[in-house]
Design a protein around this ligand. Structure first.
Ligand SMILES: Nc1ncnc2c1ncn2[C@@H]1O[C@H](COP(=O)(O)OP(=O)(O)OP(=O)(O)O)[C@@H](O)[C@H]1O
Ligand SMILES: [Mg+2]
Length: 281
């Protein structure tokens, strides 16, 4: 296969928008009464993470199963709070935030994408994308969105991910890659500054993976800060920086100097597959 030369990304400078200091996360597992394991056990998922990111970065989080990647993502995405340490997101100290502020950050600043898409099955693509607008948290003085405005915004988000002709399909009537695009549209509909994705390509074949990574690269080029978890080095090459976790600690942090272009790789992949199909008896 012919390898296209990757282009280096722009140098990202500026003050960090994500700042974690000595972040720990412990889970307390209650013991079972009357058994040998009666005493509670503390599971330490994160042992003390120092990590910062600037606006416009595209970071992949790697590491073996159980190393703390999802735990870290959930804290970054304000789905969970650390046990210790501090986490400042866009100037807001999340550890000191009340439940309302926490929900506001999650709803307006962050778009979360999951491995299993997490779409509502009995709801069309359009309604799935509208949902975060329905629960939209407004800051002081902001007007509530009309249902017409919500619909238009959701339609735009679906068009942006190339699904303008699939708005009224149910998740079961869409391919895996299309379902993931719906969930990216849902993550984007409130125009968040951050996109966090936990193994977004874990359930996709290589063509669909390239499609989704191309979409993330496009969003990153538009200025979104993106953090994804992946097990696959061949997915991480589309980001600009890779951090590695091991046993709840950050063990490496590397810049990717030559970012690969997922759109180009997808074109190549399609050509190779067309050739293979022709050669098949
Ligand atoms: N709710 C929980 N209660 C107790 N322990 C947990 C809980 N969630 C995670 N853990 C433990 O914390 C550690 C880190 O888990 P985490 O899910 O963050 O790993 P991961 O790196 O995402 O793994 P994978 O690649 O398999 O998704 C593991 O040892 C796990 O067993
Ligand atoms: Mg995980």
């Amino acid at each position: 296969m012919q390898i296209e030369q990757a282009q280096p990304g722009p140098v990202i400078t500026g003050t960090p928008v994500i700042e974690m200091q000595r972040v720990t996360r412990e889970y307390r597992m209650e013991g079972r009464k009357g058994s040998k394991e009666e005493e509670a056990v503390i599971v330490r998922a994160l042992g003390g993470i120092d990590f910062s990111a600037r606006a416009g970065e595209f970071i992949s989080v790697m590491g073996p199963s159980g190393s703390g990647k999802s735990t870290l993502m959930n804290i970054l995405g304000c789905l969970d709070k650390p046990t210790g340490g501090s986490y400042v997101l866009d100037g807001i100290d999340t550890s000191a935030s009340d439940t309302n502020t926490f929900a506001y950050i999650r709803n307006r600043k962050i778009g979360f994408v999951f491995q299993s898409f997490n779409l509502l099955a009995r709801t069309t693509a359009l309604e799935n994308v509208e949902l975060p607008l329905f629960y939209r948290r407004s800051a002081g003085g902001e007007k509530k969105m009309s249902s017409q405005a919500r619909r238009e915004r959701a339609m735009q988000a679906l068009s942006d991910v190339g699904l303008g002709d699939r708005m009224y399909h149910y998740p079961s009537q869409l391919s895996g890659g299309q379902q993931q695009r719906v969930s990216i549209a849902r993550a984007m509909v409130n125009d968040p500054a951050f996109i966090l994705a936990d193994e977004p390509t874990g359930n996709l074949d290589s063509g669909m993976t390239l499609e989704i990574m191309g979409l993330f690269q496009e969003l990153n080029d538009q200025g979104k800060t993106i953090i994804i978890v992946t097990h696959e080095p061949e997915v991480a090459v589309y980001s600009r920086r890779t951090i590695n976790l091991k046993d709840g600690f950050l063990v490496s942090d590397k810049e990717i100097l030559e970012r690969r272009n997922a759109r180009q790789d997808l074109e190549q992949w399609k050509q190779d597959h067309a050739l293979l199909a022709e050669e098949a008896p």
